[in-house]
Design a protein around this ligand. Structure first.
Ligand code: G3P
Length: 217
């Protein structure tokens, strides 16, 4: 399973990259604006650190404009994956980009019927939004499970990228569901390391060592 961070913060990206567990990044216009960074410049900076797929989102409702923006984003760096919305216009734009060899991440996916269409047009990634479905009293992870089943039934190549991840159990559940990738905020990534018994156990071992080390050194 691949781990992506859902962030445009360079410190967070560097930290995860240095640990050797970072496979890619997803961003959205809000995440980049939050950093106060210039959109294109920040995408390039992220690509240089990660050396893996970096999703950059188009900002239009119109297929032709999305396709134009997508081409411009793809020219920024070979690692750029263009994020298009899973709407009718978004799928038209995705098709236009894919035919020119540009990788697409179809975002804001909330149903299996949308995911089927995304796979049929040959998108590289589909992003079901787990947390936002949970927010409206649906089991967001059921969508991930259903898409994984459908894609396996037909050997679709589109990778399932579980998104809108809010806590570490979402990461575990996405892994159990067979999602190819999970993209998470840095806060969730940090939580994956933590267990009170690990910290308590380490304190205890170090205390024990202080008491006995004179016997062996
Ligand atoms: O990866 C999708 C993400 O950017 C949206 O997450 O938490 O706003 O639903 P959230």
């Amino acid at each position: 399973m691949k781990f992506f961070l859902d962030t445009a913060n360079l410190d967070e990206i560097r930290e995860a990259a240095q640990m050797g567990v970072l496979d890619g990044i997803t961003t959205n216009p809000f995440l980049i604006a939050k950093e106060g960074a210039k959109f294109e410049k920040r995408i390039v900076e992220i690509c240089e650190i990660v050396q893996g797929p970096v999703s950059a989102e188009v900002t239009s409702r119109d297929a032709e404009e999305m396709c134009r923006q997508g081409h411009a984003l793809a020219r920024l760096n070979p690692w750029v994956v263009v994020k298009t919305p899973t709407t009718k216009e978004g799928l038209k734009a995705a098709r236009c980009l894919i035919k020119d060899g540009i990788k697409v991440n179809s975002t804001l996916c909330f149903s299996s019927s949308q995911a089927l269409l995304v796979a049929k047009i040959g998108a590289s990634y589909v992003s079901p939004f787990v947390g936002r479905l949970d927010d409206v009293s649906h089991q967001g992870m059921d969508l991930v499970r259903e898409i994984v089943t459908i894609y396996r039934n037909y050997s679709f190549k589109t990778q399932v990228l579980a998104a809108s991840i809010r806590h570490s159990m979402h990461v575990i559940e996405a892994a159990k569901a067979g999602a190819d990738i999970v993209t998470m905020p840095y806060k969730v990534f940090d939580q994956l390391f933590k267990h009170p018994l690990t910290e308590k156990g380490q304190d205890r071992f170090l205390e024990d060592w202080e008491r006995v080390k004179s016997l062996v050194t």
